[in-house]
Design a protein around this ligand. Sequence first.
Ligand code: FE2
Ligand code: FE2
Length: 369
Amino acid sequence: MAQIVMVDDEPYMLEASARILRQQNREWETRPFDNGREAWEHLQSHSADVVLTDLRMPGMSGMELVRRLRDHEDTHDLPIVVLTGSKDIEEKGQALDIGATDLLSKPIHPVDLFARIRNALRLKGYQDQLKSRNSVLEHVVHERTLELQASRREIIWRLSRAAEFRDENTGLHVIRVAEYSRLLALNLGQSSEFAETLFLAAPLHDVGKIGISDLILFKRGPLTESEREIMKTHCKIGEQILHASPPKQHGNQYDSSASTDELQGFEPDPVLRMAQQVAAAHHERWDGTGYPRGLVGAEIPLVGRIVAVADVYDALTSERPYKRACTTEAAVEIMKPECGRHFDPDIFAIFLASLPEIERLRSSYSETC
Ligand SMILES: [Fe+2]
Ligand SMILES: [Fe+2]
């Protein structure tokens, strides 16, 4: 049932208007008020489909009521029909300026009143339809965005699983590095969003090993100098794999060499963007003797510095075919001289302070469980 709020300080006008409207349409429910303030208070907690208001009233005027309704987010588009003195042009203009939907001159003729209210109600009906369509659309867009994010995460996870087959590490290595990295990021005071993104990006740190020859990757015994140099290229290969460049299509052919101009407006996934930094920088060293770029100190992306600590700790405390796992105490003794050389001193201090939590994570992802 359509709700019509009517405001007029003359009881006779209220009663007459209500009677006319009821006679015209039984589906319309009228709610009369003899002053603006009570109507305003009513509209704070009740919905309405149209407001019909006189302008000149003691206390809160019709102008003030219109102004307030237009300023309030719940009623800013509620249709308002204003009753004006028929000769007062200035008053009519003012009422329209502050947002009245329509005007009705006194004395009111029943046909005019019915037509104005019916049109205002139609307007309200269209507005409501539009709002509900918009909210359905917003919901659909939200759902699709979540699906897209989930499928991106899934692809990223699959990619890190693919990289594991090119490594002596088990799947648990990348999970532990991800867990330690997230913990260190949080304990460093980074936001939970940053830490969660790093948790998803860190497993891809060695994805570049996909591009390293089996002869080098699975060679028994020590690598030669030139093999070590090739092995080091896994950082740049990983960076290239994760580089944000959607392939452009020419007919049935794909070309992955999109130029910077062509990439404008393309927003890479934040996880992939961070994973690219991790892959590129996880073998850089604080003192500048790392690779591939020999970056020094804070030049090294923070995520690279965090994953460096997590990766070395996990390598030391994991069993390999050629070595036994170190205890945490032994690993820390090996790592300590590297503070300020290999590792960022601030991150290393946080790492030491986080050891009880790191130990707990390590035991929950133990290879022997
Ligand atoms: Fe690596
Ligand atoms: Fe690793």
